[in-house]
Ligand binder design. Structure first.
Ligand SMILES: Cc1ncc(C[n+]2csc(CCOP(=O)(O)OP(=O)(O)O)c2C)c(N)n1
Ligand SMILES: [Mg+2]
Length: 660
């Protein structure tokens, strides 16, 4: 049944608050008041210009947080969103470090970087984009499912406009995850009343996924506390998701001052607000409330005098950034095709407790490209085959990684990583820094990219330039030139958020045929680049590339030399972000020019970044770039062939480079 704010007003018009009944919850009431006092003081500090940015207070809604805080145990988790202060205080009791956080102090829970909406403490995580943490909560619940802990995922009713929620509800229900969804229904999404934003009702949304759902409210505290306690017992015993809708009302503006609701409506709810009633009716509580206000006022004074973080201690990331002039022999000889080596590596990963998650990855199918073939049969608990839900696959991967699990996701076609960009940009790549370096998120995402299979415009792209544009994300393009297992081992040992761009054609390749005119060296750092040079001649020019193109050029080395009548160094980059140029700049410094070949289109692309770095590292030769044409990649073989970088186009660019 659909309920709007008028229904709620009618429902509670004869509401009688029973002070005697709730006295037994004295400490919980003090806690609710503490939340209110902290937030009221924060708003005051904004008004006085002592704080910047924004906050979203839960004044009027506090009992929802307290009802949870009183039942959750220390090994349970909460995921929350923008309106998270109450949840944070109720779960962690760490109100002082929350105040420090908002004042941007070093002692803030996230060193002052996350601030109001982005908080992390043991068992608690919040993030600003609506819905983002719902699948992350599912990932945490998956990782914690055998540890008798649960994850409570809190979201507002307005957030039910986000599609990722429905993906996560589906997966949580299918996998029977111990995840308790709490919808705090305050009947408004920012300025918009629920009936304008939400068709149908919320309870049946949960129930459509087979999730048992309860409804309570923050005015009948006894019912709320007892009900949440019962629900908690149910989820602890049954280990499958449940949902609670908590009807409530925020007494303040959405954030600091944005409020178009009528004064009459707000006053109505101020009058039935339990904390207001308790304060009015009980001298005992009123006195204690005043003491809480004093304590918090004193702490605001203390906090404002504390030291702030120096930005330099926050710079620097988890990505491998070392460099070395030393090169060693590359290990070019290995058995089997690239995909078989990868499959073998993933078997080992699963055997050492690693979780592999993605679409259609279980046996007998074993993934669209068979990277996971045979693994679910051998290690059924380690393979999670999911519905078509990329945002949830990546969100769950983040959750598993954040809670200490080893995990690797497969995106069936790299093209569809676009569906998970929120999780990558506003989640995975940010967690470490946003939470004051208190936590890391070594989520690994593998994705097949590239063309030459005739899959057409939406299944053949090389989207790495978009991923390389995201800060604090390792992006690697393994190659068949060297034993892929070494590359995968190297990536998995980095313990940082990582994207692996796998080329579909590379999957089919075996180790190279030795070209006796060439030497193949590898830079002696993690994921160092591979350098291929003529053994007996000097090099006239250089090609810098990665992925399948590197293999294509290696296989056609002699042909290119004949066509151009000049020899060259081939640099095969494994790491696309962070790019490492300094280790090969000396090796190519005397060449006439560099051609950079990119697998995707070149506009605002990787080649532009490499060109800048070459110049910045004092490369004085000419530079040209080549990529696929800026049109959707055609399916038809001859058209696709013309669209992508090929030997003919590469040679023509080299002519331009050397002739110009
Ligand atoms: C993906 C996304 N879109 C928009 C916003 C801006 N925004 C912040 S809170 C909010 C309203 C959320 O409403 P609801 O889920 O009902 O939570 P409430 O604010 O009522 O607690 C919006 C639109 C956001 N944070 N994330
Ligand atoms: Mg709302």
């Amino acid at each position: 049944m659909f309920i709007n704010i008028e229904d709620i007003k009618k429902k509670y018009s004869n509401f009688k608050f029973d002070l005697e009944e709730i006295k037994k919850f004295e400490n919980n009431i003090f806690e609710a008041y503490r939340i209110r006092s902290v937030e009221t003081s924060l708003l005051k500090a904004f008004g006085e210009g002592k704080l910047d940015g924004t906050i979203h207070t839960c004044v009027g809604q506090e009992f929802s947080a307290v009802a949870l805080g009183r039942v959750l145990s220390s090994n349970d988790w909460i995921t929350s969103s923008h309106r998270c202060h109450g949840h944070f205080i109720a779960k962690t009791k760490n109100w002082k470090s929350l105040i420090d956080e908002l004042f941007g102090k070093k002692t803030g829970i996230c060193s002052g970087i996350g601030s109001s909406q982005h908080l992390y403490d043991k068992g608690f995580i919040s993030n600003g984009p609506q819905g983002l943490l719902v699948p992350v909560g599912s990932g945490i619940a998956f990782n914690e499912r055998n540890k008798n802990s649960i994850v409570t995922t809190i979201l507002g009713e307005g957030t039910f406009g986000e599609g990722v929620i429905y993906e996560a509800l589906n997966v949580a229900s299918l996998l029977k995850l111990p995840q308790m969804f709490i919808c705090e229904n305050n009947f408004y999404s920012q300025s918009t009343p629920q009936d304008i934003n939400t068709s149908g009702d919320i309870k049946s949304r949960f129930e459509a996924f087979g999730i048992k759902t309860f409804i309570f409210n923050t005015w009948e505290i006894n019912n709320l506390f007892v009900g949440v306690e019962k629900a908690y017992k149910i989820i602890k015993n049954n280990s499958e998701p449940i949902a609670i809708i908590i009807q409530t009302y925020r007494l303040n503006a959405h954030s600091k001052g944005d409020d178009d609701r009528s004064a009459d409506e707000i006053n109505y709810f101020k009058n039935i607000d339990p904390l207001n009633i308790i304060k009015r009716k009980s001298i005992h509580f009123a006195k204690k409330f005043a003491l809480i206000d004093d304590e918090i006022g004193d702490y605001f004074e203390e906090s404002s005098k504390k030291e702030s973080l120096d930005l330099h201690s926050y710079l620097g990331d988890q990505l491998p950034k070392n460099t070395s002039d030393f090169y060693k022999e590359a290990k070019t000889n290995y058995k089997g095709r690239f995909i078989e080596v990868l499959n073998n590596f993933l078997h080992e990963f699963a055997s050492s407790n690693g979780v592999i998650i993605g679409e259609d990855i279980a046996d007998p199918y074993g993934g669209a490209f068979k990277a996971t073939k045979g693994i679910s049969k051998k290690y059924p608990k380690q393979v999670v085959t999911t519905p078509i839900s990329e945002a949830t696959i990546v969100g769950m991967t983040a959750g598993i990684a954040l809670s200490g699990g080893k995990v690797c996701a497969e995106i069936m076609f790299g093209d569809f990583v676009t569906n998970a960009f929120d999780q990558i940009i506003n989640g995975i790549s940010k967690y470490h820094h946003m939470y004051g370096k208190k936590i890391s998120c070594p989520a690994i995402l593998r994705m097949p990219m590239g063309g030459k299979r005739g899959y057409g415009p939406t299944h053949s792209q090389s989207l790495e330039k978009f991923l390389c544009g995201i800060d604090n994300l390792l992006v690697v393009s393994p190659t068949s030139l060297e034993d892929p297992k070494l590359t995968y081992k190297d990536i998995f040992s980095q313990k940082c958020p990582s994207i692996i761009i796998e080329n579909k054609i590379e999957y089919t390749r075996k180790s190279i045929e030795i070209n006796n005119n060439l030497e193949i060296k590898k830079n002696n750092i993690s994921l160092g680049n591979i350098l291929i040079k003529p053994k007996y001649n000097k090099s006239h020019f250089c090609i810098v590339t990665y992925g399948e193109t590197a293999r294509l050029i290696y296989d056609n080395y002699n042909k290119i030399v004949e066509e151009i009548n000049a020899t060259f160094v081939l640099v095969n980059l494994l790491k696309l972000n962070p790019l490492e140029i300094s280790s090969f700049i000396k090796q190519i410094s005397k060449t006439q020019g560099v051609l950079i070949v990119e697998e995707g289109s070149v506009n605002f692309g990787i080649s532009a970044e490499i060109a800048y770095l070459l110049k910045d590292n004092c490369y004085f030769g000419k530079i040209r770039r080549l990529g696929s044409f800026s049109v959707p990649i055609p399916s038809a073989k001859n058209l696709e062939e013309q669209c992508l970088p090929n030997i003919k186009r590469i040679c023509s660019e080299i002519h331009k480079l050397l002739d110009a």
